[in-house]
Design a protein around this ligand. Structure first.
Ligand code: SUG
Length: 454
């Protein structure tokens, strides 16, 4: 059965980007150690309404380029289930009040809007590459950061609502084992292929081994080799088409807490910084060997043209690299911060003139997210699907004009335009968030995915 499904349509594949909607509690609490933007913007007043609208505008921009664009909903915050697990009891308002009084830092952690960065939601293996011809999903356990370690169960329920478990789609539980099995999802996973429906090569990038001291790291290596290997095994990708490589410790120490801050792939193009990996020449030859006859294009950005610090600060590599049906060449979707960094702007200008596979670049404003270390690529989960896979999807998460208008109206009705970390104990904010998400789950036809609905 699965072979038949696998072979039914290698054409008519498209990569869908599922953008995470910025949540109503979007704020700058500085929760992510090792994420330079999050730490340096700690305490700023955020504008959740502007954030969600910026995200929708990015999604709409991609739609305008002919891409299929999905959305993933924010999670319920504050996460009362976690506070109950901490032993707080009573009504919702009582739980929040006593937790805020006793431990405001805990409340800030369970009131992060970090689920917007859906590149960390899960690792996805398209059906063309998996062992059984189904699309496989493993929600990331995000064990390295407490505020993100509470995401996986709700993420799993949302993914199952959109991709029903069965002949087409297979769902795994998030990895157990705490930080030893730290898994940050698609942000540390690249897929190379000649075309989306062709068999691809998976490249998993990890920060450290689970059972070795990483004395060369001054910031957390969030992803372990063992976690990457476990996900690859679950998804059943062919051994000769599955590669594992360590991220350069120098990049992690410079603030590249995920590999997608220093590298991005699309089809047979790999665009990365010279210092992203310790031995890029070896990696290139391993990728090309795994790809066989399909020629790869490697675009290695030299440190003397774009210093690693500029790349991390501007998020050059946290751009989306897309093949839109309207273009023959590939296109980068960059944050405006990249345009404002002279070394990066000069590099991108020369890249577009080089006659290579990337000939277009758009700079978009996602500053609300960027201040927390989340660029265009962080904000989306890529799912490559055949046409017949797409027909089997559930829920109502694919953007069209009507859904876009409904989401804009919904956000304007429910979101604040100012939020500081000191506001997170406000019981009214909790009510606003749950009311907004209840309405959203109906708009997106998700069923009862949230803890407060169960
Ligand atoms: O996990 N920031 C996120 C940013 C994630 C970016 N994702 C990718 N690179 N794919 C993180 O560090 C900051 C939240 C705060 O401080 O409130 C935060 O979680």
């Amino acid at each position: 059965m699965t072979d038949r499904l696998n072979q039914a349509d290698t054409r008519n594949w498209q990569e869908i980007n599922f953008d995470g909607l910025v949540g109503p509690v979007h704020n700058y609490a500085g929760l992510s150690y090792g994420n330079v933007a999050s730490a340096s913007n700690k305490g700023l007043v955020a504008n959740p309404l502007e954030g969600v609208l910026q995200g929708l505008e990015k999604a709409q921009h991609l739609r305008g380029l002919g891409m299929i664009q999905g959305v993933l909903p924010p999670h319920d915050r504050p996460h009362l289930r976690t506070l109950r697990m901490h032993g707080f009891t009573g009504s919702d308002a009582e739980i929040l009040a006593s937790a805020w009084k006793e431990n405001p830092a805990l409340v800030r952690n369970v009131t992060s809007a970090a689920t917007m960065w859906t590149a960390n939601a899960a690792t996805v293996t398209p059906s063309a590459d998996s062992g059984d011809g189904r699309t496989h999903f493993t929600p990331a356990n995000l064990a390295a950061m407490y505020h993100r370690s509470i995401e996986a169960p709700t993420t799993g329920r949302i993914l199952k609502a959109i991709f029903p478990q069965g002949d087409r789609f297979a769902h795994h539980d998030a990895l157990e084992g705490g930080t030893h099995m730290g898994d940050e999802g698609a942000a540390n996973h690249n897929r190379f292929c000649a075309d989306y429906g062709e068999k691809g090569v998976a490249l998993y990038v990890y920060g450290r081994g689970a059972f070795e001291p990483a004395t060369d790291l001054s910031f957390p290596g969030r992803q372990t080799r063992e976690a990457s290997a476990a996900v690859a095994r679950q998804h059943g990708t062919a051994a000769n088409r599955t590669l594992f490589v360590r991220q350069n410790p120098a990049a992690i120490n410079m603030g590249a807490f995920h590999n997608d801050v220093v590298a991005v792939a699309n089809k047979n193009v790999f665009f990365y910084h010279e210092l992203a990996f310790e031995n890029p020449a070896r990696l290139r030859s391993d990728i090309q060997a795994a790809m066989g006859d399909a020629p790869m294009h490697f675009i290695e950005v030299p440190d003397d043209q774009v210093p690693l610090g500029d790349a991390v600060k501007s998020y050059l590599f946290n751009s989306q690299l897309i093949s839109s049906p309207n273009d023959t060449a590939m296109r980068l979707i960059l944050p405006v911060e990249a345009e404002e960094m002279p070394s990066v702007k000069a590099y991108v200008d020369s890249l577009l003139m080089s006659g290579g596979p990337i000939l277009h670049a758009d700079y978009l404003d996602v500053r609300q997210s960027m201040r927390n270390g989340g660029g265009p690529a962080c904000l989306r989960l890529r799912v490559a699907l055949s046409h017949s896979d797409r027909l089997e999807m559930g829920a109502n998460c694919i953007l069209d004009d009507l859904l876009l208008a409904r989401l804009q109206t919904w956000a304007k009705k429910h979101y604040r335009d100012r939020l500081s970390p000191d506001d997170l104990g406000d019981p009214a904010l909790m009510v606003e968030c749950f009311t907004a998400l209840d309405a959203l789950s109906q708009i997106l036809n998700l069923g009862s995915v949230y803890d407060f609905q169960r």
